[in-house]
Ligand binder design. Structure first.
Ligand code: FAD
Length: 336
């Protein structure tokens, strides 16, 4: 069987590898001039820069960890985050460590006000009172132990020589066409038995039902000889950016000059990238209609963050691809 994979992010790369491992012919088409999607990183001077925002790998899924470990070794990176708040700089998520910094404990309402309200309003561009219960209900999170790591998953680490190298190994031996027009894959799909599509679902259907809402980001980078005192500093206040980070931290590098980035959330339009789906309210209602169209689309599997219109951590994208591609493999043997 021959499969066309549209999009070379972690969803597309995982699908391509799994299908190729089973003896299928696979070709990957990517609009950007590189593979890896939003997980892509690249060297700027002596520092590995996460081009589309910091990507920290974590999972409790052993199969996902073992799969990716075929293509990379891991640096033992311990991720912590601090936040600038009305009560000063504190460690988050809220824990006994935070209480010691504050000199007292906070109740749930105080934690919500201090850490989540202004940050979430900036992130989504929606006043707190109008944010869906699904988002407001997620907070406040409170840890009761001394663990101040941002993630508590069993498996955590950063690819030893970067994400780009990991994806290059994953795609070893598979034809990849980068820098293609977003519609170009349609011209070759008739040569293929199946399509795995990881682009925007509304774009797939020519926006026939309207455009799905997304949040985008603007990154403001600067080179600096001075390091930030923390890997990531969240801004839980009225400053226009949500966080600032020092790229050298993520790969445990110690360059003469690092790159520091501030992240400014903004509405998505055709001139910028659709970073965060907004699967609530009107966004969710419209996605349900596209999902119905997708279910009736023969020969195409919709995978990943953009095609399933959901926020997926990296491990979730890999796990989703594993399950869905196994579904195809169970239906269709390679020699068919
Ligand atoms: C700022 C930010 C920080 C994040 N941090 C973390 C983190 O710390 N840890 C974590 O686990 N996850 C993190 N994530 C989530 C992570 O980025 C996603 O899990 C991952 O990118 C999903 O991969 P994907 O392949 O589904 O989508 P993408 O990475 O978006 O890849 C899709 C690819 O398809 C291409 N494409 C789209 N349409 C077409 C078309 N028509 N033709 C050809 N190519 C096309 C795109 O150019 C893109 O390369 C973060 C996300 C963001 C936005």
């Amino acid at each position: 069987m021959k499969f066309l994979i549209v999009g070379a992010g972690i969803s597309g790369c995982t699908s391509a590898r799994l299908l190729a491992d089973e003896g299928h012919e696979v070709e990957v088409w990517e609009a950007r001039d590189h593979t890896g999607g939003n997980c892509h990183d690249e060297k700027v001077g002596g520092v590995t820069v996460h081009k589309y925002g910091p990507h920290l790998f974590h999972t409790n899924d052993r199969k996902v960890w073992e799969f990716l470990s075929r293509f990379t070794q891991w640096k033992d990176y311990r991720h912590t985050v601090v936040a600038d708040t009305a009560l000063g700089r504190i460690s988050i998520p809220y824990s006994p460590v935070t209480e010691r910094q504050l000199g007292r404990s906070l109740d749930d309402d105080e934690i919500r006000e201090l850490i989540f309200v202004e940050y979430s309003e900036k992130q989504w561009g929606i006043p707190w009172g109008e944010l869906p219960a699904a988002i407001r209900g997620r907070v406040p999170t409170r840890r009761t132990d001394e663990d101040d790591r941002y993630f508590t998953d069993a498996y955590q680490g950063q690819p030893a020589d970067g994400y780009a190298a990991m994806f290059a190994r994953m795609l070893d031996g598979i034809p990849v066409r980068t820098g293609r027009d977003k519609q170009a894959w349609r011209e070759v799909r008739h040569d293929c038995d199946g399509v795995i599509y990881t682009g925007k679902i509304d774009e797939y259907f020519g926006y026939s039902l309207g455009r799905l809402p997304y949040r985008s980001l603007r990154f403001e980078h600067r080179r600096s000889r001075e390091r930030l005192p923390h890997a990531v500093i969240n801004q839980c206040n009225r400053l226009p950016y949500t966080r600032e980070y020092d790229h050298a931290c993520f790969s445990l590098e110690n360059p003469e000059e690092t790159v520091i980035t501030r992240e400014f959330p903004l509405a998505h339009d055709p001139s910028n990238e659709p970073y965060y789906p907004m699967p609530f309210g009107e966004g969710q209602a419209l996605y349900q209609k596209y999902k119905e169209l997708a279910a009736a689309e023969p020969g195409t599997l919709f995978l990943g963050r953009l095609a399933t219109y959901s926020y997926l951590d990296m491990w979730m994208a890999v796990a989703q691809a594993m399950v869905k591609v196994r579904g195809i493999l169970n239906q269709q043997p390679a020699e068919a």
